[in-house]
Design a protein around this ligand. Structure first.
Ligand SMILES: Cc1cc2nc3c(=O)[nH]c(=O)nc-3n(C[C@H](O)[C@H](O)[C@H](O)COP(=O)(O)O)c2cc1C
Length: 432
């Protein structure tokens, strides 16, 4: 079983108001480096594969509701934070999010290759096509339609691969006697001319320890799954019933196989926010507190992330089928609800109170380990990414000190790191 942490460089995580906590227990504020350093060091103590930073360009700053309650706002740039955390850790990997819609292949290829050097081979890239029109407003580029975003993204990847391949691994000869640094026969122009992307090359950064970053993705549509099956090594699967998830895992592995890949060269993880305590009642009390947190935005704010506009403009009695045409971002859960019991917005929002909530994963370490093992076995998935439901330094200490040892005792997660790079730790040090 593989374990990741799922965060954003913001006050909370995917759980609304997860920054709310008794003041006297807050040791570091979320903007202080000590907060992040403590989290990274805790995750490394638990031999987590990676700390994954979801991200977008602007948070939900288009919505006063989100802003007021600190839901993904402020949102700082994790690519700038990661080098500092890499310097404070030895083995923990880091996955950062960058958009194929709002960056150029050259800039992306250069930044990621540099991050591979700076992290000494511990970087991954969460490839997103972006879902929020507000990001386009910030960058000054309109958000293209869904499937076109994926077409552009495939072409973007072709350009990025060409750039990464343009600088051969042994091109840097460092011949001090003759003053020759580069064997120019081993650094090539790219002259990539696509429908949407152009780049001349060559890449101006030599390959890092991993050759190229670990590639991660979280698409769930048909186009998204095709993209993941072709390019991704890690997949952040969306929420769903166990059966939907099992079908999705099987489908992704089949599609990977259709692309000539080993279907088990994908590390597919589910997002959850387990809560454990020595006594189940204590864990349930923490969960109740999370779900009942008051706040100016109430439940509706939590939904903003999934739709890309301020839901408070709509009446809470609006049926999901009536608002579906407004959803430009993650349509999946809305389509399922509209085609199912077609709840009102208020009813639907309750299901999003804590996107990571699942009562199976609230209890004693033994109970929760049982449930996590059962879910991975039933779905053929590879593990989890845990999203903090409360003050992240304490949340991860709880997971690492109480839940991880129980999973280790069962031989379901490793007790140390398999290698030096993120790819080694995902696939084994002997993986080529
Ligand atoms: C666990 C998870 C993490 C995600 N992280 C991001 C992110 O950081 N930035 C982003 O723009 N989209 C993120 N997404 C959205 C996906 O990239 C994708 O757009 C979404 O799942 C819809 O898939 P589809 O476009 O194939 O329908 C995430 C989705 C999931 C399930």
């Amino acid at each position: 079983m593989h374990l990741n942490a799922f965060m954003l460089y913001c006050p909370g995580s995917v759980t609304r108001l997860s920054w709310v906590y008794p003041r006297e227990k807050i040791r570091h504020q979320w903007w202080e480096m000590s907060y992040w350093e403590e989290i990274a060091s805790t995750l490394e103590r638990g031999s987590f594969d990676a700390l994954f930073f979801a991200d977008n360009i602007g948070g939900y700053g288009q919505s006063e509701t989100s802003m007021r309650s600190g839901f993904h706002f402020p949102l700082l740039d994790p690519t700038v934070l990661v080098p500092r955390l890499a310097a404070k850790t030895d083995r923990l990997g880091f996955v950062v999010t960058m958009s194929t819609t709002f960056t150029s292949p050259y800039q992306l290829a250069r930044s990621m290759q540099t991050l591979d050097h700076v992290t000494e081979g511990r970087i991954g890239w969460n490839i997103v096509t972006s879902v929020n029109p507000h990001e386009g407003d910030n960058v000054g580029i309109p958000l293209p339609a869904h499937d076109e975003r994926y077409e552009r993204a495939h072409e973007f990847m072709d350009a990025v691969y060409a750039l990464w391949d343009s600088f051969e691994a042994d091109a840097m000869v460092m011949d001090h006697g003759n003053g020759v640094l580069i064997d120019t026969d081993k650094v090539h122009r790219v002259d990539f001319e696509g429908q949407w992307h152009r780049t001349a090359g060559p890449m101006c950064v030599m390959p890092g320890p991993q050759g190229r970053p670990v590639l991660a993705q979280a698409g769930s549509s048909n186009a998204g799954r095709d993209f993941a099956a072709k390019h991704a090594e890690m997949i952040f699967a969306p929420a769903g019933t166990d059966q939907q998830r099992a079908e999705m895992v099987a489908d992704l592995r089949t599609r990977a196989s259709d692309n000539g890949r080993d279907p088990y060269d994908l590390r597919i993880v589910f997002t959850h926010g387990p809560i454990v305590a020595e006594h189940a009642a204590d864990a349930e009390a923490i969960q109740a507190e999370v779900l009942e947190r008051p706040g100016p935005a109430n439940d509706i704010a939590a939904m903003v992330s999934t739709v890309g506009f301020d839901v408070e403009e709509l009446s809470p009695d609006t049926r999901i089928s009536e608002m579906l045409h407004l959803v430009t971002g993650m349509r999946g859960p809305f389509e399922t609800a509209a085609n199912g019991d077609d709840p009102t917005l208020a009813e639907f929002a309750k299901r999003f109170r804590n996107m990571a909530a699942d009562s199976r994963f609230v209890g004693t370490p033994t109970d929760v380990a049982d449930a996590l093992v059962a879910l991975t076995d039933a779905t053929d998935a590879d593990g989890f990414q845990f999203a903090p439901t409360f003050y992240a330094p304490d949340y991860y200490a709880m997971v690492v000190d109480q839940l991880v040892p129980e999973l280790q005792r069962r031989g379901r997660v490793r007790t140390g790191y398999a290698g030096d790079t993120l790819r080694d730790n995902l696939f084994g040090a002997s993986h080529d």
